[in-house]
Design a protein around this ligand. Sequence first.
Ligand code: GTR
Length: 434
Amino acid sequence: MPVSLRSAMTLVTMSISAMLSTGLAMNPLSAQVPKANEDESLVSMSPLPDPLLSKDGTKITDAAQWPAQREYLANLIAEHEYGFAPQEKAIVTWDLVEQGLMNDNKTKRQQFVVHLKSKEAAIDVDLVLFLPNSEVKSKGCFLGLNFQGNHTVASDPAIRLPKSWVANDPKIGVTANQATEAARGGQSDRWPIAEINARGYSVATAYYGDLDPDFDDQFANGVHSLFPSHKATKEHPNRWGSIAGWAWGLSRLMDVLVEQPSIDANRVAVIGHSRLGKTALWAGVTDPRFSIVIANNSGCGGAALERRNFGETVFRINTSFPHWFNPNFKQYNQNESAMPFDQHTVVACIAPRPVYIASATKDLWADPKGEYLGGWYATPVYKLLGFDGLPSETPPPADQSVGDRVGYHNRTGSHDILLFDWQQYMNFADRHWK
Ligand code: GTR
């Protein structure tokens, strides 16, 4: 970290209310953390590693060198940040357990139970697919995980409740880590299914806790339970954390989608908000079958450059959520300039496929400018491959969508994913899937 910034970030003891507002109360070790910087004038970023610099220090100048370079970078990122998923494959099978029409008769609903099985264990994941009722094959499909259960994305009474662990939240009727009817439809603002279907697209979603419950259990449950000998430990600090687990799960859901006659396997976008935006980016890097990648308000560990130290930092995220990344990532706490890459490298690893990054003006915790720059500094890779990325180093005004192969907007408002965001994503998909 640059000296000027470090000195500006004096160690403070956080008040309980400040800890709660940042989620840090989850970990008592985090009583002493540097104050979060949300002042642009205090940002002084150390130089970013160049994604076009190969392992031997030479700069790649030919598009033909990109696949090998991409592999090198993706391995570097897995090693130091998200962790490697196991090489061993899971057996993936599925049952279509329910289908019908939604109330408005415009959407066809299909519900699947996806079975993931290894030599050691088996888990089930509920997947719901919303298809336009009018089309034989939808124009493309958006696949994304949801935060509270499939039943929260629409008020439709037929949507199944998850059976897996849900974080307690009395506001949504969860007091015993089990989903209840109270949350049905509660996240529908984030999933404008009717509007998406009206534009000819389908939506597929699953509850992220079905894949890996979002708490620190030393990588024992969820998808990690399928491969107990591939656990991240002190001896194996490069193995998968929860984000890598959720991303791996998205690939398994993709395995199911490509078998559906209603889905065009070449037109599936992976999408996610916040921690699930970080997940969508990593799923996009690790699985080239996702033809478009969309990271909404993905922030730290997502599209935002860590070296800016703006809003949430590596230290804070590793303290609040020690299970999201692999143990190796902890060495970059307050030491971001030692990272052999930054988040623009993660974005670049999606090239040449289209990627869209979005921010919200009030979401300083996720660092809108840092998210934009994550796309901007990936742009030279797109250029090498013959495509345009983002147009300039300066982010656009609020609510304006810019960019070609790398898209970006900064929606007026707070940390969320709303109809405006989806409209930009569908415009982007219209352009790239034309
Ligand atoms: C916050 C976390 C962010 C973001 C967000 C979310 O508490 O600091 O990195 O992931 O949660 O996922 O809602």
